[in-house]
Design a protein around this ligand. Structure first.
Ligand code: SF4
Length: 405
């Protein structure tokens, strides 16, 4: 299924296109001192490995700008300098060779300063994000709108655009972030009606895991499903690598970026489960964490329903009678001891990734695997019946309770 994406103007942050019909990019921000060149680069490399396309670093002091001059040429991804309060830091970051700037219109307010930065960025063909933030909105707009509203945030962005247009600068992207999810969603909706510059989505100060992840996913996901948004950032109180992973996984889950890693699915477990599904799924998640295998893999608690329920998965394993039954696209292919389930999944996934599903199936006797699965399935049915969760008994009791007999 696809949904219609709103087409925006395209800009480039270094080599990464943003907007138009280019893939939605993932951003994150380093939490090191930018003056610590080696430490910052280490974090940038970790972010890039986790699927981050663009990294932002603070440029809050002269030493940070000097650090950027050393970081930018060694970074595997484009670098954006984050600027607050001091417009001169923006000029210094441009001098350092950054691929983009983020300006906060709430705390750089003098028109001549804004225009000086935009003119320099125009001459160097470097884009600027107008990064409106609910927490640091221009007090004049706060007062005018009677508080923090979507309209106030949109007006702040439009004011900044007007300054940029005065100096013929249009390499613009915009964000209107707030920590309140419905407010942020409304602000982006309104913004997308009045501008076609690319939009950078985020829920600001979303907080620690898991609440932060939920808030950011709710806000960013809702907008992406409406076709709004060209680049995203999860603002979590966590290792920034978690932000990059979350961003990447959200885009993959929505079908907006090609899958790079395993999509692990698992049944929720029930009275029929033959293994500790949570434990095995966690072990599988760890085993596949660093593997670039773009397959959907299922961990299912029982062989009675597992292979059927997960028949769309490329590969899966279901437990039965102390054995693991491997299946490929719903077809039983092999039986392994229960203790080797995760290792077997990794072996099969690696093989399928390299040689394809047909080659993987061709190397085994599927009829034998199916016979073994049927044997274990029947044994389980005999032991637990076809109502392992005792639902039918409960239904009888419920009916009795309601009818008063
Ligand atoms: S029936 Fe089997 S596969 Fe389905 S939830 Fe229960 S244990 Fe998991």
């Amino acid at each position: 299924m696809t949904f219609e994406r709103r087409v925006t103007k395209q800009i480039h942050v270094g080599k990464v296109p943003v907007g138009g019909l280019s893939p939605i990019s993932v951003q994150s921000m380093t939490i090191t001192k930018t003056a610590d060149v080696e430490g910052t680069l280490q974090q940038i490399y970790a972010l890039a490995a986790a699927g981050c396309d663009i990294v932002r670093c603070t440029c809050n002091e002269a030493e940070a700008a000097e650090g950027l001059a050393q970081i930018v040429p060694r970074s595997p991804v484009p670098i954006i300098a984050d600027i607050h309060h001091q417009y001169k830091m923006a000029l210094a970051a441009l001098e350092a060779g950054v691929h983009g700037l983020r300006l906060n219109p709430g705390n750089i307010r003098r028109p001549e300063h804004i225009k000086a930065v935009a003119s320099e960025a125009r001459d160097r063909k470097v884009p600027i994000r107008i990064g409106v933030n609910g927490g640091s909105l221009d007090p004049a707009l706060y007062e005018k709108h009677g508080g923090l509203t979507a309209e106030a945030m949109v007006e702040s962005a439009l004011q900044e655009i007007a300054y940029f247009q005065e100096v013929d600068f249009d390499l613009i992207k915009i964000s209107v972030k707030a920590s309140n999810v419905p407010l942020m969603v409304e602000a982006y909706r309104q913004l997308s009606e009045v501008t076609d510059y690319p939009l950078h989505l985020g829920v600001t100060e979303a907080g620690p895991l898991p609440g932060g992840l939920l808030k950011a996913t709710a806000g960013i996901g809702a907008l992406l499903l409406e076709g709004i948004g060209d680049t995203i950032r999860y603002s979590l109180t966590a290792d920034p690598v978690e932000e990059a992973r979350a961003g990447r996984q959200l885009l993959e889950a929505l079908g907006l970026r090609e899958r790079k890693n395993v999509d692990l699915i698992a049944c929720p477990s029930c009275g029929r489960a033959e293994i500790d599904v949570i434990e095995v799924a966690n072990r599988a998640q760890l085993a596949f964490a660093d593997k670039k295998i773009p397959l959907q893999i299922a961990v299912m608690g029982c062989v009675v329903n597992g292979p059927g329920e997960a028949r769309e998965a490329d590969l899966g394993i279901a437990a039965g009678n102390k054995r693991g039954h491997l299946f490929v696209k719903g077809r039983n292919v092999a039986v392994v001891p229960e203790s080797e389930m995760v290792e077997a999944l990794v072996d099969w996934a690696t093989y399928i990734n390299e040689h394809g599903v047909d080659a993987a199936i061709a190397r085994v006797d599927t009829a034998l695997a199916e016979r073994e699965a049927t044997k274990d399935r029947n044994a389980l049915l005999q032991e637990k019946g076809d109502d392992a969760n005792h639902a039918n008994e409960k239904i009888v009791e419920i009916r009795k309770t309601i009818s008063g007999n």
